[in-house]
Design a protein around this ligand. Sequence first.
Ligand code: NDP
Length: 309
Amino acid sequence: MNHTRLLIIGSGPAGYTAAIYAGRANLNPVLLEGLQPGGQLTITTEVENFPGFPEGVDANELMDNMRQQAERFGTKMLPNVAMKVDLDARPFKVSLDDGSEWTAESLIVATGSSAKYLGLSDEQKYMGQGVSACATCDGFFYRKKVVAVVGGGDTACEEASYLAGLASKVYLIVRKPFLRASKIMQERVFNNEKIEVLFETNTLGLYGENGVEGAHLVFRKGESDERKYDLPIDGFFLAIGHHPNSELFSPWLKTNEEGYIMTEGDSPRTNVAGVFAAGDVADPHYRQAVIAAASGAKAAMEAEKYLAQ
Ligand code: NDP
């Protein structure tokens, strides 16, 4: 059995920032980096809105810098995933994917969120064969091809714009008659002649013999002028938001109906003393790197206070 005063679960901006603060407070934290070190930002390209980088910064570089900064102040990084937790035990118990066990006097949950899918059986059927939830990871395979992106938020617009730089044509499939994305992202989409927005359109399924060859779509589903049609495409990208990675903790921690961990007011304190939540796993509203980083800092400061008691 291994023991630490503070175990941080997650390696996005929240986890690494919590580690920087906790490290500087001499807590010698242990951080579980999980399956995707650096978190969700590492699957985007450039970050334009993290303060301090007037020309933008490469997302991987930003995360790598945060990691190095956390290591510099004594954080022990483990390339592992938490498989099981026991928040009734004192100290808390955490079992990792390599079979090792850790006990911790305090925990910071910074497990972020994961991409949502529509829930169509065809998404599973064509996963990795034309279906993707990450344009920057898989866009390369669609050079000079026709792709569709589902969603009307900032992510969908960003992914459509990115794919337009590679593909010959990008359809943006939006279920409402308008985009939810910020004005600047909307303008980028509307001004890009390779992108065609299909408003009031839903996806019913996908088809193809060898991977995705098209999508079954419906315009104005359920309305009197409903129209079903097939759209030939080579790639189908999901950008319809994320769900919080809180399942492991939900037997103990209060979550809202979408699964986001609920904290006390604007503090990172959860309903279990000594357990703090930071970043997107506890943020149904803003979901920004800078906000996740700030909440990681708050969580570390609260953990320090808790451990001093
Ligand atoms: P959002 O929740 O903002 O948008 C999700 C989009 O997917 C909406 O258009 C929504 O439609 C649509 N959608 C959801 N479920 C379905 C479904 N079942 N079928 C069809 N469409 C569906 O998520 P994002 O990931 O875009 O953004 C999350 C946060 O991150 C936001 O705050 C955003 O501003 C931020 N962000 C900022 C960026 C930047 O500043 N550079 C880049 C990317 C994200 P509807 O509108 O009808 O609900």
